[in-house]
Design a binder for this molecule. Structure first.
Ligand SMILES: *Cc1c(COP(=O)(O)O)cnc(C)c1O
Length: 400
């Protein structure tokens, strides 16, 4: 065999191994806009419990109208990165609006939150510095840290004694600057970082604190500003990264927000910003409309909170093993990957669209169904979903 043929054969063998382990992921095709109910490509209407569409804004008429308007007034695309000829008034408006929404000074937009995290650490930290990261941080944070030359320290998930110990170690190693970084909300468990305590520990060590708010911006906290608001440290976080691709309309795009000089340096040096295209005007216009809606009323985040409470109580009463908490992510623990797949397949047959999560997205032996609430759901629909869970759970011997 030539070496190229051997390469393709080894790729096929790896795919076979993934299939044999029951870890193969298939895309299910949707034929409608994103929403509380959707139609799959085979024509079935199903209740959708797996989108990050927390506020139901992915197909909100005002957001769609604003996107159409931006398309009309600002065109389809910029065909440029920001600093060459890719910055419109709309981009500057959205950056300022995000800063004021999140209690910071300035914001830089990226093509995605993955890029925001990818271009953060390398730009701000050098070999004399330390980054201290929760071990369950999102893949994009891990990759972003890998790209930087800073010394890396990992603390046990949500373990503040270990965080303190790692900070002491960084001090002992003579770190110049220390940056602690955590997901605001951890996407596989719905765990909400204890930012008030983390902030206190950081202050005791003179460390900076950064958070990734992808599963928080728009609905955590009384005004939906995020985990920092929910934990009483609004305005006290040094760096925040986030996405436009989840609660804030769900299209795509990401951002980093913080102090003016930090954002300014990111505009000079951050590689995904310098070398990747501008966020499309329609998305920017839609995102500004999202902020108008969220600053005008807390109705959507309030409805999301009510739906979350209703579903969490209902699914626990059925006897399912869920991770406790208050976040609209409701992880239903199945542990075994194959069984999680079977449960999600059966739920889909019965009209509820959810996805099983298993290695490598979660640790081995920790497979689960991740249910996500949305303000777009009504409680009649959620009641139906609970009935379907009860039936499928009984069939698979997960509940009695
Ligand atoms: C979804 C997610 C990202 C990636 O966001 P994109 O804008 O889709 O790239 C980054 N971090 C966390 C914690 C996420 O949940």
């Amino acid at each position: 065999m030539s070496s190229a043929e051997a390469f393709y054969a080894s790729i096929r063998a790896e795919l076979d191994a993934i299939r044999d382990a029951g870890l193969y992921k298939r895309e299910r095709i949707i034929a409608t806009p994103q929403g509380a109910t959707i139609r799959t490509a085979d024509g079935r209407e199903v209740i959708n419990l797996c989108a990050n569409n927390y506020l139901g804004l992915s197909s909100h008429p005002k957001v769609i109208e604003a996107a159409h308007e931006a398309l009309r007034t600002h065109g389809y695309g910029l065909s440029s990165v920001r600093f060459i000829c890719g910055t419109q008034d709309l981009h500057k408006t959205l950056e300022q609006r995000l800063a004021s929404f999140l209690g910071t000074e300035d914001t830089i937009l990226y093509g995605s939150a993955f890029d925001a995290n990818g271009g953060l650490f390398e730009t701000l930290l050098g070999p004399d510095d330390a980054v201290i990261s929760d071990e369950l941080n999102h893949a994009s944070i891990i990759d972003g840290i890998r790209l930087s030359k800073a010394k890396r320290y990992r603390y046990k998930h949500n373990d503040l004694d270990d965080l303190d110990a790692q900070l002491k170690q960084a001090d002992a190693d003579g770190a110049r600057f220390k940056l602690v970084f955590s997901d605001g909300v951890f996407s596989m468990d719905g765990t909400v970082a204890r930012l008030d305590e983390i902030r206190r520990i950081c202050d005791a060590h003179g460390a900076l604190l950064g958070i990734d708010e992808c599963h928080a911006t728009g609905f955590m906290g009384a005004r939906g500003r995020g985990t920092h608001e929910a934990r009483g440290v609004f305005g006290k976080i040094d760096l925040i990264t986030g996405t436009l691709g989840k609660a804030l309309g769900g299209a795509s795009g990401g951002f980093t927000t913080g102090r003016r000089e930090v954002i300014d340096l990111l505009r000079q040096r951050s590689r995904p910003y310098l070398f990747s295209n501008t966020v499309a005007p329609a998305i920017v216009g839609g995102s500004i409309a999202v902020l108008d809606i969220l600053e005008g009323s807390t109705e959507l985040r309030d409805r999301l909170a009510a739906n979350t409470k209703f579903f969490r109580e209902g699914i626990a009463a059925l006897g399912f093993d869920i991770k406790p908490g208050e976040h609209p992510i409701v992880p239903i623990m199945v542990y075994d990957a194959d069984r999680a797949q079977k449960l999600s397949e059966r739920l889909l047959e019965l009209g509820v669209y959810v996805v099983g999560f298993f290695y490598p997205v979660v640790p081995k032996g920790q497979a689960r169904i991740r249910v996500q609430m949305s303000a777009g759901h009504d409680q009649t629909t959620l009641r139906t979903a609970l009935d379907v869970f009860a039936q499928a759970g009984r069939e698979l011997g997960l509940v009695r």
